[in-house]
Every structure is written in C-alpha cells, then in structure tokens.
Write a protein that binds this ligand. Structure first.
Ligand SMILES: [Mg+2]
Length: 416
C-alpha cells in the first residue's frame, strides 16, 4: 500500500513566535539574537524580510546590521518556543498517533489509510496548516509524499504557508532536477564531494551507479542513493514511542562566542553533566565520547575517543571531552558552538570489585552522581552545584541539569 506521509515545518519559528508578542514588529525585519550590546552576539533566527536581504543564522550581529540596516534584534524566549512547539504537536496528534518530531519545529505525520475518513494527504495538510494559522497565529509549510524523505523535501520546497505534494507517479520529474543539497542529510561537505564528481542534482545522484556512490561516501552515500531513487521505507515513530537510543548528546548554540579555556571548560562540564544524567536516566553507559566544535568560520569538526572502561558519570565524560578538545582545538581561538555526545551505549553494569584504580574512581563518581540525581529530583537542580560553575565568568548561573543546556547558555549574559 502506498503510504501518505506529511512533513510539517513551522516557518521562521522563533521569529514568528516573537512577533506574536511584539505586534509592532509585524512587517519589520527581525532577528532573534544574543544581546546586541555584546561584541560576540550572533543571529539565532531571522524573519523572512531579513532573510531576503541575506541575513543568515550564525551571522554576527554587526554583519546582520550591515546587510539589513533596519533590522530589530529581539532576545530569545525559549520557554515560549517549547510551549508553541507542544501546541502544534497537540494539533498534529488529533489526526494520527504517528507523529514524529524532528527538531523543535518540525514533525512527520503518517496519514496512511485515512483518506476515506479525513480526505487525501493534501486536504489534511491544508486543514492542519489553516488550523495552526488560525489557532496559534504562526504559519507552517507542509510536504506530502509517499516517504519521509520526499515529504521533508516538499515542506522545504515552498514556504511560508504552503503545501507541496510529491506524488509517487511523477516523483522523478519533480525531484530529480532539484539541487542535490535539497536532499535531507546532504550538508556542505557532502555537497562538495559530489560537486567534485560532477553530481549537482538529485537525479544525477540517483542515476549514478549505487556502488560508485558508496565508494565516494561510504554507507551514508548508499543511503543517499536510495533516498534519491525514492527508496525510503523508514517508519514514522508512534507518538511517545522511543526509538532505540544509539547515542545521547547535547550541543550549544551560543548567543556569543566562547573565548578562553575557562569558559569552554564550564560549557563542556554543563554539557557532560546533562549527557551523563540522561545516560543514567536510561540506565545506560557509554564507551566512547565524541565532541563537536564550531569555530567562527562555522565549520563543524568532530572527534571521538574511547574511555578505558564504559561509564555514565559526568567527570569521566568531561575529562575525555576536555582531552579531545585540547588535542584538536587551537587554544585562544573563539568557539561558537560545542557539543558532547556519548556513543557505543550499553546497559549499565555494576562491576563488583576491581584492582584497576580507574574502575574504582569511575564507580566512586557514579555513586556520588546517583546520590546527586536523587537530591536534585527531590529538591531541584540547584541543590548541588559544581565548584567550576561558581567561577566568576558570568556563565555561573547555568543550570547543569537542564535537558537542553543550550537554552540556558544562550540567554546568559557575560560580564566583561
Ligand atoms: Mg522551521
């Protein structure tokens, strides 16, 4: 049976929500950003008017101002975005129990087999789009197709406030002339590799030999080849259904650059604490720690290293992350974004005794953190804090146990 998959994407999500609370900014170009008073502030999201003039997420504020002199900078309100994201998901859930979020402002919906009851995919997409507009006051763009990859492509194809259908019959005519970078997971680096092989469109990728693409890009290349040919059979996860966890990670998008090891260390610790707490919540441990660093040139590098024994405490994860950072990042260079990820997960094991000092140490840390988890659960996250959080950098008000420390980090002001 041919599937009916929708992908719904809130347009300029942060900026649209901010506008609801600042109607005076309705027709003005705006950017949600770090504090404009800070030298290192950057654009976190922008409205269509600003986008048209070339303003991009990640641009420093001075550059945004240069491109768009009338731009208004607005501070982010992450609690509001979470609230609106939930409201949108509530509406989606009225139509199907298969609603799979992809980031905060995007969701896939599986509407297979509901045509008789609710109308075809386009009709449902239009209905949902109109409801979100009238009930929440923001717009979405929707893609309708027979798989998740093309549904996502459809919602990106025309925005804001539009529905795009990519039917099974004729998907080649629609999809193949598009730039290969329109395909999900084809980022800057992959685009460059493909460009060097003279592959510029999705069709050119689809019509290259499968094994050739695999030889250029490995397993990922093979997956992209399948996507380009319309062979994506991945399911839309059921509401509340937990996909098997392969890794647990957190990253920051900061409203300013981090400068110097002290600030970087605190941020790494915040990230490590949240990753470790989530590992313990799932009763898992990790064998590998991965870090990601984005500098001011916006390129993202990833490095990973193995732990001597699997662990789930933040000190072990933090020390590994710091070691990787010191080895791979030139001291003094500003950092725009940082990420810590726990990989190679397994069920948490309690080893009884060991003569290895590192095992003893890790187990002691884990025991301490189990107690801290309980304290925080009963009395709130601030009941226990690390000494490093209290150092005078202006980052000390971070909440290390927030699931998304980026949310808090981004709104932190620095005393300089
Ligand atoms: Mg969006």
């Amino acid at each position: 049976m041919e599937r009916t998959i929708l992908h719904c994407d809130c347009n300029n999500f942060y900026a649209s929500v901010e506008r609801l609370y600042h109607p005076e900014l309705r027709d003005r170009p705006i950017a949600v950003s770090g504090d404009p008073e800070l030298r290192h502030g950057i654009v976190l999201a922008k409205s269509n008017e600003a986008k048209k003039l070339g303003v991009k997420t990640g641009h420093p504020l001075w550059m945004a101002k240069q491109l768009c002199p009338d731009i208004v900078f607005v501070k982010p309100h992450y609690d509001l975005y979470t609230h609106f994201s939930q409201l949108a998901r509530n509406i989606y859930s009225e139509y199907t129990d298969r609603v799979e979020p992809y980031g905060q402002d995007e969701c896939w919906l599986d509407m297979t087999g509901t045509a008789k009851l609710l109308g075809d995919g386009k009709h449902i997409a239009d209905t949902i789009r109109n409801r979100i507009k009238s009930e929440l006051g923001i717009t979405i763009s929707a893609g309708v197709s027979f798989n998740k990859v093309f549904a996502k492509l459809g919602s990106d194809y025309k925005k804001p406030d539009a529905t795009t259908v990519i039917p099974f019959d004729g998907f080649r005519e629609f999809v193949w002339p598009l730039p290969v970078s329109n395909l999900i997971f084809v980022g800057g680096a992959t685009t460059k590799v493909l460009e060097r092989k003279c592959i510029r469109t999705i069709g050119e990728l689809a019509n290259t030999d499968r094994s050739t693409v695999k030889s250029w890009l490995g397993k990922c290349g093979e997956t992209l080849w399948l996507y380009a040919n319309g062979y994506d059979s991945s399911q839309v996860a059921k509401d509340g259904e937990q996909p098997t966890i392969k890794s647990i990670g957190n990253s920051t998008t900061l409203s300013r650059d981090l400068v110097g090891y002290d600030e970087i260390k605190i941020t790494l610790m915040v990230l490590s604490e949240s990753v470790a707490a989530r590992l313990r919540r799932h009763n898992m441990q990790c064998e590998t720690v991965q870090i990601g660093i984005r500098g001011t040139n916006l390129s993202w590098i990833e490095r990973q290293g193995r732990l001597p024994i699997p662990g789930c405490d933040s000190t072990t994860i933090y020390l590994k992350a710091l070691e990787l950072l010191v080895q791979n990042y030139q001291q003094g260079k500003p950092v725009r974004s940082l990420g810590v990820r726990a990989c190679n997960l397994s069920a948490r094991q309690y080893i009884q005794t060991s003569f290895m000092p590192s095992v003893h140490r890790t187990q002691r840390y884990e025991k301490i953190e189990d107690v801290i988890d309980k304290l925080r659960f009963r009395f709130g996250n601030k009941i226990v804090q690390r000494g490093i959080m209290l150092s005078d950098t202006g980052l000390s008000t971070l909440d290390p146990q927030a699931d998304h420390p980026n949310l808090i980090l981004s709104s932190v002001h620095t005393q300089r």
